[in-house]
Ligand binder design. Structure first.
Ligand SMILES: [Zn+2]
Ligand SMILES: [Zn+2]
Length: 250
């Protein structure tokens, strides 16, 4: 802690430094946390300004990949040549500004309130008419999970599952370690994750997943990871797979 001149002399108690400390204590009481968008003091996950600036994706979007479009379309120009194993993908927010801030707050600061108070509610809203039997998170390689302490997709999926009243089935596994997708282009991403996931047997060797699956991740970039996870789920018996992520890089 920085010791100020005033505090050292004993005058700080009634001087400006003392007043500042007093205001800091009060601020901590009323604004106990930092806004995930701008890091100013806030009483909730986002301050009011960032909440209003959240880059929401409007209703007009591609029904297949969730890309924002000028008007509703079942398949867009961007995804019509892409071979996705999921039926649909949707995301409520663009990966920018406070949207990006929320993802980072959860991922790097372990701010679970970001998932429960903002991300999951918006994701459930974005699902619209889609229904599912189980909720499955995109897995993280065990080594990476150990390092971070948790898989953010599991945290978000748990919140979504609780809100829609469906069971969380955390049984997708990474078969091998994949490179971080961040520095890869679209075709490298597809190659990087090809065959990287499998659905783990349940109790008594039960392998079937069955029914409609809601696949959950934090960010949709090219859809390569979600598609490869969907492929593993379909291989394990899923009738349909709908993907939902909080953000889309657009
Ligand atoms: Zn803010
Ligand atoms: Zn599309």
């Amino acid at each position: 802690m920085k010791v100020t001149q005033g505090a050292r002399s004993g005058a700080g108690r009634y001087g400006n430094d003392g007043l500042r400390t007093y205001l800091d204590v009060l601020s901590d009481l009323f604004y106990p946390r930092r806004c995930a968008g701008c890091e100013s003091r806030a009483s909730d996950v986002l301050c009011r300004a960032c909440c209003e600036a959240l880059p929401l994706i409007e209703d007009e979007r591609c029904g297949r990949c969730g890309l924002p479009t000028a008007f509703d379309t079942p398949v867009c120009e961007w995804c019509k040549t892409r071979d996705y194993a999921f039926d649909t993908a949707v995301a409520p927010v663009r990966y920018e500004g406070p949207g990006r801030g929320l993802v980072r707050a959860l991922k790097y600061d372990g701010d679970f309130a970001a998932a429960s108070r903002v991300m999951a509610p918006l994701m459930v809203e974005a699902l619209g008419e889609r229904s599912c039997d189980v909720v499955v998170p995109v897995p993280m390689h065990p080594a990476r999970r150990r390092k971070r302490g948790f898989n953010q997709a599991v945290v978000i999926a748990g919140e979504v599952a609780g809100r829609i009243g469906r069971p969380l089935v955390d049984r997708l596994r990474t078969v091998r370690r994949v490179r971080d997708q961040v520095e890869l282009n679209a075709s490298e991403r597809r190659e990087n994750v090809r065959g990287a996931f499998r659905f783990e047997d349940g109790a008594g060797g039960r392998k079937k997943v069955g029914g409609a699956v809601l696949l959950v991740d934090d960010v949709f970039t090219t859809g390569a990871t979600l598609s490869e996870c969907a492929r593993a789920l379909v291989g394990a018996g899923a009738r349909e797979v709908h993907a939902v992520s909080f953000c889309r890089t657009c």
